[in-house]
Design a protein around this ligand. Structure first.
Ligand SMILES: NC(=O)c1ccc[n+]([C@@H]2O[C@H](COP(=O)([O-])OP(=O)(O)OC[C@H]3O[C@@H](n4cnc5c(N)ncnc54)[C@H](O)[C@@H]3O)[C@@H](O)[C@H]2O)c1
Ligand SMILES: O=C(O)C[C@H](O)C(=O)O
Ligand SMILES: [Mn+2]
Length: 542
């Protein structure tokens, strides 16, 4: 890394722009390369925020922020720190979805990401080295973009989700942005619109699957671990057929997790705990209906299942609490095309006199009277008034989480859920939702998005130099977050607000690090895990 003259101004990790002092300018060969006034970071942030405010629509605001990030990482995070609730939906979900859809049209910069092509496995290692550029990488977010949010296959465009997830890591938990690496695995795409787009920047062929794909993944993991042996590997938005397979292959040998499976399972269980805190009910008394039993849906089911077993239930007793509804309707043991993850949680037709009729959500809700309804189906508007009212008739405080992202795919809006249940529903939504005022009460809506938990979890693992992520650690992080709601306030949210993101991410990181050290899973010697988290924390100051 050259660190003088224009090369320092062009290095976003080192650049301070007009904040370089006169002495620094002399020392670094920058004299005369900048206007003469030396600014503080506060002055720079104020100026940048005014420019940000002048932009519209939100996608333009996002482009402005990305440009700022590409020029001066410290200033970007300093500003984000001041406006975290306002920036989250722009840097991350839902506006990240728009930038992914328009990636080729608005492309200006590779965003420090590594682009790995399935056609060139021989370049994996050199690519990772080129992009790391001598930096000590501690965290990698990788996507192959086969299942971007609920929008399907977006090929190389999906790299923006890896970039966005990493921005949330730093803003929420304080991981040093110079130690992170977004990775796009370009395995081709089955998105016809992209293949026909002359501007498409990725590999212009169909997605490669099967052996060749899994071999490529394996080569990537090997190279990643060789080059960055102390790093955490975070998988994001892989397709339903690969996500669990990949996780199962690596989870017992390296520090890794899948955000859609585990992060989502964690945030949903924390949200359920928050809801039960309010309703004063118990987890073991709930009946769970998961609508959309894919990557996220089954991650959620498995997380709750594990918690029920911890509460003393046998496997069979715990399984009996779940009902999965997917495209085929209620999933039975004789349903066709079941995934491996679904199989242990199917029902028997013998339980019902009308099993043939249970091929749609409404019929299933009317039959089984769920107390918890989770939406990870990608099907907008499917939690209809009739379904929600039916649920509210048989349950005093129905827990209803429409989690599909982005905004246009949500199963219901918070406002409708409050209205249809006369304020009784305990709600979390995938994207941020405004407060709902109904009959004089202002209901705050928790954001049931894995972004509320993965930054603390991941940072805690990095700070404690964890070798592995265990169920024990996952469970302690969930309880840390689930206990943070103020249950007695009327209209209380089931999860803490995003405005407190940095505060509770810190707490989750500490609990995670403590759990790692307690299990002896730290690589380096750590006497005080809380202090280790504190020491690893990066601050957006020059
Ligand atoms: N809020 C969060 O933190 C969070 C986290 C992860 C995923 N999600 C959202 O959940 C959704 C699913 O993501 P995923 O990764 O599990 O995708 P996925 O493709 O693995 O799963 C989607 C499932 O929905 C099923 N489905 C499709 N159409 C259906 C229909 N008409 N009726 C019932 N089921 C149907 C599919 O068969 C599949 O099993 C996405 O919209 C995603 O954005 C939200
Ligand atoms: O990216 C998000 O907003 C959450 C989640 O990981 C998703 O895939 O929807
Ligand atoms: Mn995701």
């Amino acid at each position: 890394m050259t660190t003088t003259g224009y090369s320092i101004l062009r290095n976003p990790f080192l650049n301070k722009g007009t904040a370089f002092s006169v002495a620094e300018r002399e020392q670094l060969g920058l004299t005369g390369t900048l206007p003469s006034q030396v600014q503080t970071i506060e002055e720079q942030a104020e100026q940048a925020y005014k420019q940000f405010q002048a932009k519209s629509p939100l996608l333009e605001k996002r482009i402005f922020l990305m440009n700022l990030f590409n020029e001066n990482v410290t200033l970007f995070y300093h500003l984000m720190d001041q406006h975290v609730s306002e920036f989250m939906p722009i840097v991350y979900d839902p506006i990240v979805a728009e930038s992914i859809e328009q990636y080729n049209e608005i492309y200006t910069n590779p965003q420090n990401a590594a682009f790995l092509s399935i056609d060139h496995p021989e370049n994996i290692e050199s690519t990772l080295k080129n992009v790391a550029d001598g930096r000590d990488i501690k965290l990698v977010v990788v996507t192959d973009a086969e299942g971007i949010l609920g929008m399907g296959d977006w090929g190389v465009n999906g790299v923006d989700i890896a970039v966005g997830k990493l921005m949330v890591y730093t803003a929420a938990a304080g991981i040093d942005p110079a130690t992170v690496l977004p990775v796009s695995i370009d395995a081709g795409t089955n998105n016809k619109k992209l293949l026909e787009n002359p501007l498409y920047l990725g590999n212009k062929h169909e997605r490669i699957a099967g052996e060749k794909y899994l071999e490529f993944i394996d080569k990537f993991v090997t190279a990643e671990q060789k080059l960055f042996p102390e790093s955490l590997l975070h998988w994001e938005d892989f397709g339903r057929s690969n996500a669990q397979v990949i996780l199962d292959k690596y989870k017992d040998s390296i520090a890794t997790f899948n955000d859609d499976i585990q992060g989502t399972g964690m945030i949903v269980l924390a949200g359920i705990f928050g809801a039960l805190h309010i309703s004063k009910e118990k987890l073991v008394d709930q009946r769970f209906l998961t609508f959309g039993a894919g990557t996220a849906g089954m991650g959620i089911v498995n997380q709750i299942f594990s918690e029920l077993k911890q509460a003393g239930l046998s496997d069979a007793e715990a399984r009996n609490h779940f009902y999965l509804v997917d495209k085929q309707g209620l999933l039975f043991d004789d349903t066709e095309d079941l995934t491996e993850a679904q199989k242990p949680f199917t029902r028997s037709r013998k339980e019902f006199v009308n099993s043939e009729q249970l091929d749609n959500l409404e019929a299933v809700v009317n039959e089984i009277h769920p107390t918890v309804l989770i939406g990870t189906s990608t099907q907008p508007g499917t939690f209809t008034e009739a379904i929600v009212k039916s649920m509210a008739q048989s349950t005093e405080r129905p827990i209803i989480f429409p989690l599909s992202n982005p905004t246009k795919l949500a199963e219901a809006t918070a406002e409708n859920l409050i209205k249809w249940t006369d304020g009784k529903a305990l709600i979390a939504t995938g994207i941020p939702a405004d407060n709902v005022t109904y009959k004089g009460v202002t209901y705050k809506i928790g954001q049931g998005n894995n972004a509320l938990i993965y930054p603390g979890l991941g940072f805690g693992l990095v700070a404690s130099t964890a070798k592995l992520l265990t169920q024990e650690t996952i469970s302690s992080a969930i309880h840390a977050l689930g206990g943070l709601v103020d249950a007695d306030e009327p209209g209380a949210a089931v999860l803490p607000p995003v405005s407190n993101l940095t505060e509770f991410s810190q707490k989750i990181a500490e609990i995670t690090a403590q759990s790692v050290v307690k299990q002896g899973l730290n690589r380096e010697k750590i006497d005080d895990p809380k202090q280790a988290v504190q020491d690893a924390k990066w601050a957006a100051e020059y």
